[in-house]
Each structure stands twice: as C-alpha cells, then as structure tokens.
Design a protein around this ligand. Sequence first.
Ligand SMILES: Nc1nc2c(c(=O)[nH]1)N[C@H]1C(S)=C(S)[C@@H](COP(=O)(O)OP(=O)(O)OC[C@H]3O[C@@H](n4cnc5c(=O)[nH]c(N)nc54)[C@H](O)[C@@H]3O)O[C@H]1N2
Ligand SMILES: Nc1nc2c(c(=O)[nH]1)N[C@H]1C(S)=C(S)[C@@H](COP(=O)(O)OP(=O)(O)OC[C@H]3O[C@@H](n4cnc5c(=O)[nH]c(N)nc54)[C@H](O)[C@@H]3O)O[C@H]1N2
Ligand code: SF4
Ligand SMILES: [Mo]
Length: 700
Amino acid sequence: MSNMVRGVCPHDCPDTCALQITVENGKAVAVKGDPAHPTTAGVLCTKVSRYTERTYHPDRLLYPQKRIGKKGEGKFERISWDEALTCISEKLTEIAAKNPLAILPYSYAGTMGLLQGDGMSQRFFHRIGASFLDRTICATAGGAGYKYTIGSRIGTDTEQTQNARLIIIWGGNPIASNLHFWTRAQEAKRHGAKLIAIDPYRSLTAEKCHQHIALLPGTDAALALGLMHVLIRDNLLDHDYIAQHTLGFEQLRLRAAEWLPEQVAIVCGISAAEIEQLAREYGESARRGEASLIRMNYGVQRTHGGGMAVRNIACLPALVGAWRHAAGGVQLSLSDAFPKNTSFLQRPDLFPAGQAQRTINMSTIGDALLQEASAEFGPAIEALIVYNSNPVAVAPESAKVAQGFAREDLFTVVLEHFQTDTADYADILLPATTQLEHTDIHSTYGHLYMMANNPAIAPLGEAKPNTEIFRLLAQKMGWDDSCFHESDDQMASQAFLRDDPRAAGFDWNRLKQQGWQKVSLPDAPFAHGDFATPSGKCEFFCQRMQDDGLDPLPTYIPPYESVASNPELAREFPLAMISPPARNFLNSTFVNVQSLRDVEGEPHLDIHPQDAAARDIGHGDRVRIFNRRGSFTAKARVTDKTRAGLVVGLSIWWKKLASDDKNTNEVTSQRLTDMGGGPTFYDLLVQVEKVQAVVPAVAG
Ligand SMILES: Nc1nc2c(c(=O)[nH]1)N[C@H]1C(S)=C(S)[C@@H](COP(=O)(O)OP(=O)(O)OC[C@H]3O[C@@H](n4cnc5c(=O)[nH]c(N)nc54)[C@H](O)[C@@H]3O)O[C@H]1N2
Ligand SMILES: Nc1nc2c(c(=O)[nH]1)N[C@H]1C(S)=C(S)[C@@H](COP(=O)(O)OP(=O)(O)OC[C@H]3O[C@@H](n4cnc5c(=O)[nH]c(N)nc54)[C@H](O)[C@@H]3O)O[C@H]1N2
Ligand code: SF4
Ligand SMILES: [Mo]
C-alpha cells in the first residue's frame, strides 16, 4: 500500500521546502518537493532528496544510552527510557536544589519546527529556572543592525525575485544555501536582469553572476559607505522618498562625504572604478523605474563590524527609493512576518517568580563551560542539555569547547539522531525522531508560508520526539502543570496568533491537510514608509544605537584580525580565513551521509596560487592551518577562486570524520560582533604550511 504524506523540510535553510513523502507499507521510500508549493515548485536540494538515506541510516540512535567510557570517548551502553529519565531528573533536581542557574539548555536550529525546536523544551527550562541561552550563533548581529534601521526582519518577498532588473547578491551563496531564490534569480536573468555578487570568494554563485566584486572579508560596511558617497555626490537619489520616509539624511550626507571611493577602494581591496560603477548602476536602475533587489546574507555579518555592515546596506534602498517596487528593496530575513505565539509555546511565565536570572551566550560556550563560580558569573555550569545542535563541531574556538565538554563534573545530556562529535561527550544520550517521524509546525525566514509537518512513519527503534522527551522529563520531575500534558497537535493549533490579521484563517487541521498557508504582508511593504522603527521611518540616524553606545550613523568597524587592523599579528599569521557552508552539508548535518560526503570528498583548503607558491604548496598537498588558538589539516586546492591573502575552508565537517579529528573551528575565535552578540567565524588570521606533498603517481 502506498500513500503520500505532506511534510516540511526542517533544516536551517531559508527555503523551508514543502515535502511529499511516499510511504509504502510503513516505510518512507521517496521524499520529493511539492510541485504546487510556490517557492518549492517540485524541487529539493540534493541533500534532502536523499532524506531516506539519512532517516534509515544504519548509525541512527535507536535506544537511550549511558556513558561507560571516558568523557568524549563515545563509549555507551543501552539503558531503558525509564532509567535514563530517572537519572536525568534526579541529577537536575539535585543541582536545582542548590542553584537552578547551574543548568543550561544548548540548542539551535537542527530543526526549525516551532514544537520540536523550542516549544516544550523551553517550558521545561523555564519551569526549572535554568539559565537562559542567548541563541546568537547565526543571525543576531545582522538582525540587530537591520532592526535598528528598518525596524523588523521583513523585506522583499522571494516570490518577486524574478521581476527584479538588478540583483545584488551580497555575502550569500544561494546556489548552495538558498536554492529556490536562485531559481527565481535565474528567471530574472533570462528576462535581462543583471546579477552582481559581492563576496571575497568566487563561490558557485559568484561564478554564475554577470559581475563579481571580490572585496576583503569584513569590509562591506565601508563599501556601502562608498556607494552612499557616490549616490549622494551624483544626485542618484529619490528625494521624495528620502523626505517622507527616512530620518537623518542631512547627517548621513555629511558622514558619507568622508568616504571617498579611492579611500574605500583601499579598505575593501577593490578598485574605485568598481565602487563608482556599482553605485551608478544601482542609482540609475532605480531612476529608470526598475526594481533593484539586494539579497543580503550571512557572509556579511560574521566579522567584528557585522551588525554595522548589515545596517549600512539596509540604508541603500531608501536612498534610491527601491522600496517603491514589490521586487525592489532588501531581503535579509522574513522571520518577523509570522505572528508566532511564543509566549504560549515557550511559557516564559513559568520561570519561578523572584528567582535570579542569567543569560549565557551560545557563541562563547567554550569560555562559559570553563568559568568557575564567581559573583559576576554566578554558579559554574553543572548540567548541559543539548538538542538540535552540535556545538563541539560548530561553535568557535573548538579546543576550549571540547575542554569544557570534557569536564568530569559536568553532567551532559544530548538528544540526537546520530552520535555526533557532541554526542561523544554525553553522560546520557537520547534518541530523537526525525521530521519523518513526528508532528511539527513551521514559520520560515525565506518565504511567507506557515507550514505543517505530518508524521509519515512510526518512530524508528525507541526514538521519541523532543517534545515527548521533555514532557516525560517534566512528569519525572513531579510537575503537574497542565502545559506538560498538551499534545503536539494541541500546541500546533495555537502556534500562531489566530487573531493577528497576518495569520487570518489559520487553522491547524486545515493546515495539516493543505500543507501551507501564506501570511499576509503588503506586496511592497515599505513603499509608503511604515517602517517598524520608533519614528516609522528608515533610520539613517538611529537614536537607539546612540543609547546603546554605538555610532548612531553608518560607520565602518574593521575586523579584529586583518592585515590592515592588526599588522603585528599579520606578520606571524598573514592569511585571512573564512569557512562558509559546503553545498552538500547543512552546517554539520549530513556530513555522515556517505553519498553526500563522497561528493565533498575530504576537508579542503582553497588557497591562491601566489600564497601557495610562497609556501611551496602544490595542488593536493596536505597542509596545516594554524594560529594561536589551534590548528587543523586539510588538502590544499590551489585556485584563483579565492583572492591572494585569503584562504577558504568549506564547512562544517564532523571532526571525527576528518583525518586529524579536527575542523575549521579550531582556529576561529570567541570574540563577538559589534551588536547582537554574534560570533565572528570569518574574522581571523592564520598561517598555512605544507605537512605532506602529494605522492605523484608512477607513470608506466
Ligand atoms: N547547503 C547548505 N545550505 C545552507 C547551510 C549549509 O551549511 N549548507 N547553512 C544554512 C545556514 S545555518 C545559514 S546561516 C545560511 C547561510 O547562507 P549564506 O549567508 O548564503 O551562506 P553562504 O552560502 O556561506 O554564503 C556566504 C557567502 O559569503 C561570503 N563571505 C564570507 N565573508 C564575507 C564578507 O566579509 N563579506 C561578503 N560580502 N561576503 C562574505 C562567503 O564566501 C560565502 O560565499 O545557509 C543555510 N543553508
Ligand atoms: N566555522 C564555521 N562554523 C560555523 C558556521 C560557519 O559558517 N563556519 N556557521 C554557523 C551557523 S550559521 C550556524 S546556524 C551553526 C549551526 O550549528 P547547529 O545548529 O549545531 O547545526 P548542525 O551542525 O546542523 O547541528 C544540528 C544537529 O541537530 C540534530 N537534529 C536535527 N533535528 C533534530 C531533532 O528533531 N531532535 C534532535 N534532538 N536533534 C535534531 C542534527 O542531527 C544535528 O546534529 O553553525 C555555525 N558554525
Ligand atoms: S535544505 Fe533548503 S533547499 Fe534543501 S530541501 Fe531543505 S529547505 Fe529545501
Ligand atoms: Mo546559520
């Protein structure tokens, strides 16, 4: 018997595809994109087309286990659910009796579902009075910069992309990480649109654009100031839009006047002509009444001044009036378009009244785990419950993260599908269901549909949904609050605010059958201003930034580590390094799926021919990449895809699937961005040396 079940791709990807799962005799045999979903349009990326391979992977965790080896050794023995839950609840009760703030959840977007993400789990941590986790690892720097300027994370609807005439892909690689936007950008290209990539690396996407501007990492804010300079100098402005819908133009004019293209060119490592030309094209396109779209992505916000860079770029459409068009403006994220019922899902009101609170930044988890108790820090972290994340592989300055996880006095619980690098450190390892095995409801950050996920198959082995695991734990703790008895369906039915006009008509039962429903957002959301800032305008001058100790006007904050900003460090470690996502992995997810790992091969380091020659490095040689924080090895790929002075290691490898048990995060730092407390994964200097030449094949 064969049937089709409607689902949603749960991964941290803006596309949030609608899935159709074919089930035969209780087994999922195929996962396809729904042809009727407007952005999915019947197509999935290679990774998720192979979903059954991941779900039925022989290494899936199927039973609860407890540690029998040393911390991190990854040796476990099977136990029952009852034993596992009893052990966890006893340990947490004991710690909470001293100070519940010593308990910390650690989670991110392994699934973006509103239930299996931070639904029931947050209720649990609020009720126990645990430390809060500031979930900064991806998007908070840019989110902060964007919100200061625009007010909320909404922007151009992806479904308009094909109507744009100029598309600037700024710090993103959509062929790998936002495929369904790229499909529409291609359609625009066929209709005559020009595509420009701004990226230090000739990514798969940059390669396919008409033009590639390869600036130095972390200098985007300066480039945006240079563009403002030319737009204002040459009067390529929409004066009417500026007068009606922006704040602080006079101050911006004076600020931008300081940023001469020749000077910006030096900061960015590009030519003044590139800046002049880009500004002219952007301004003139708007002037002709055409839609110009900036797709800004995460590459921009992973250095010291990442928040400011996003803010500066977000000012550009208001200068030229690009927001007047449904297909113009900027898209960074659309996540604020969804009226999520977070207070119901996560129940912050359960936090014990009057108890002290503490927030730990997930991007500095290494330092946090190594902190001793003190008046400023509070209690040392004694229990860590990890779900939907793989911090030992993905968090910066990995040596410290691993050292923290290795603490004998730390009690660690990991909820996972697989025995990841992080799972190796668990005291109790719990098997979680995958998206094919549980219910969920989703918002997204790359389109405007509320999405429903129906379970397609029964849970494998003894795996349980995250929601159920926290429900059972709450019962073991002896809590009788009714919210811990709510089913996934009951939670989903209230996941969006039904009386909010954006979610008008939201009904969980209908959504489950139909699969999706669009939230309502005006076609050109800022055509008539209506920014969600305090002034209701696009804020070139931002009082809130001043109040927060930041420059209230667009400015440039150089990287912590670059040849220009730290010449002394650069003498020892002369190469900048970035580690953006590999196409066939999703962060560290899928690295253990053989057919996908085969395509990526092994960890590589892309290095420019000049830098390779200076170090006697040949194509295919094994190299060591190092700085004062750590080192890892990779296979050199000598290529002009990267610029001289920059090395690129596509990521994020499982450490244990690399030949030296290490990955790029050995060399990244725990320093944070200018705003939003974000990580600075692309702000570092390294040195590279050959450790082993390729052995040439013997001819004959
Ligand atoms: N296949 C795949 N898809 C993914 C992911 C994945 O791991 N794999 N991850 C998902 C997640 S969590 C996220 S956050 C998104 C990320 O989505 P994107 O932001 O689109 O991420 P990338 O694909 O890495 O593109 C970032 C690009 O920015 C460039 N870059 C690096 N530093 C700078 C800089 O200083 N300035 C500029 N202008 N460019 C810079 C990099 O070279 C890279 O090509 O993708 C999501 N989708
Ligand atoms: N060097 C470097 N490091 C980076 C980045 C980079 O570009 N360079 N990118 C950063 C970014 S943008 C991000 S978002 C982070 C991402 O880092 P993470 O959020 O940790 O993402 P993943 O590595 O994909 O790990 C997610 C884990 O959740 C598990 N999981 C999935 N679904 C479920 C579920 O339903 N239940 C349970 N219990 N587990 C589940 C998966 O099996 C997987 O192991 O990494 C960051 N780290
Ligand atoms: S990872 Fe992204 S592109 Fe691939 S199926 Fe999921 S949502 Fe779609
Ligand atoms: Mo991310």
